[in-house]
Design a protein around this ligand. Structure first.
Ligand SMILES: NC(=O)c1ccc[n+]([C@@H]2O[C@H](COP(=O)([O-])OP(=O)(O)OC[C@H]3O[C@@H](n4cnc5c(N)ncnc54)[C@H](O)[C@@H]3O)[C@@H](O)[C@H]2O)c1
Length: 353
């Protein structure tokens, strides 16, 4: 007898929701419903995917028999909606960032521990085959001791939906640090082996946030909304120290007068190093009196994406590798970046156990 498919509801019918419906279906889940207070996106998504639309999570879970939800809403709503779902006995896949404060990320983890249900962070870039392969090589000792890393994602002009929720601190929590910085930070930290962060020195800047005068070629996440809010940073740089002696340089930009860098991870180990940008991975090493630079080819199909991993965890076929604890650690680093910048000094990072 085959087990009944996992029944999933999606919370939020915006841009990222489609990939959750498609990804979870491809992973064998039954995606049956979607909740969004805004009528247009929820109706469009319901029609496109042949699922039932509701105006809220509360309505959706009252009407549907669900096992899990995907949280695909503006960042400030991740924690309250994930906590509501966990409290109702549902497993949760949560979009990045975990929350908009460390305290909220800890509350989410507390709700997961209390309910005994899975809270998985949807950090998709660590599920990229290159991230998984480099982490595997680190585990096998290929890099030796990784003592330094660089994580950078630089857009010359790429502020999303200026004037909307992405640039409104009360809803987004922050600017590029919370938007694309978390991707590059998490995947680099994951490849390093998730060392415990102990301190951060950072500066964040807001130089391009004038909605009327911002110069760009186009804007994803919708056109600029005149009269809206843009009170987030547009660039940040940080230096993070870890308890194993390793360090990470971090840079992220939505806008700046410099060339683009398309998501770059560099790790330096005493046996070998690796760089990954776009689809290119290179390994830097030594062999028999020679300094070597090599590319790698490997079987990418052995690695699960985040949706397959979530489904496998719920079916008891895998142990979650993108946990609420990871969410708390990453959130602690993000929050420390802002704290350090505000205080203009290095700050200690205490990751709550
Ligand atoms: N992993 C990635 O690569 C990636 C890419 C884009 C966005 N995201 C994340 O996904 C989340 C959503 O981003 P988006 O681009 O889809 O935003 P979006 O603005 O396109 O969609 C958000 C949707 O949430 C809805 N919403 C608001 N309050 C709600 C509530 N209480 N209940 C249910 N729905 C509610 C809005 O009406 C809107 O339709 C964000 O956290 C963002 O950081 C991740």
């Amino acid at each position: 007898m085959t087990a009944a498919p996992i029944r999933v509801g999606i919370i939020g019918a915006g841009a990222i929701a489609n990939s959750h419906v498609e990804g979870l279906r491809a992973a064998g889940c039954a995606v049956v419903a979607i909740a969004d207070p805004a009528e247009t996106p929820r109706t469009r998504a319901a029609e496109a995917h042949k699922i039932t639309a509701y105006a809220s999570l509360t309505e959706m879970r009252a009407a549907e028999k669900l096992d899990a939800v995907s949280v695909c809403v503006p960042n400030s709503l991740h924690a309250p909606l994930a906590i509501e779902a966990l409290g109702a006995g549902l497993a949760v896949l949560c979009e990045k960032p975990p929350a908009t404060s460390l305290a909220a990320a800890v509350d989410m983890r507390k709700a997961a521990r209390k309910s005994g249900k899975l809270l998985m962070m949807g950090f998709n870039q660590r599920f990229e085959p290159h991230a998984q392969q480099l982490a595997r090589m680190r585990e096998k000792g290929v890099f030796g001791d990784i003592y330094h890393a660089k994580a950078a994602w630089i857009r010359r002009r790429g502020i999303p939906g200026m004037g909307g929720w992405f640039t409104t601190k009360a809803m987004a929590g922050g600017g590029p640090v919370y938007d694309i910085g978390i991707h590059i930070l998490d995947r680099t930290w994951f490849i390093m082996g998730r060392p415990k962060p102990v301190s951060v020195s950072a500066m964040a800047y807001a130089k391009f946030g004038n909605i009327d005068t911002y110069v760009c070629e186009g804007m994803w996440a919708g056109p600029r909304r005149k009269g809206g809010t843009c009170d987030t940073e547009d660039f940040a740089a940080a230096f993070i120290r870890f308890d194993n002696g390793a360090s990470m340089q971090f840079e992220v930009s939505w806008a700046g007068n410099r060339p683009d860098e398309n998501g770059r991870t560099l790790v330096m180990g005493d046996k070998a190093g690796a760089s990954w940008e776009g689809d290119t991975v290179q390994i830097y090493g030594e062999s028999d009196n020679a300094i070597t630079t090599s590319s790698i080819a490997y079987d990418k199909t052995i690695y699960d994406n985040r949706f397959v991993h979530f489904a496998k965890c719920l079916r008891g076929e895998a142990v979650c590798s993108c946990t609420a604890d990871d969410g708390v650690s990453v959130q602690a680093m993000l929050d420390a970046i802002y704290q350090s910048s505000e205080q203009r000094r290095e700050v200690t990072v205490d990751v709550p156990a």
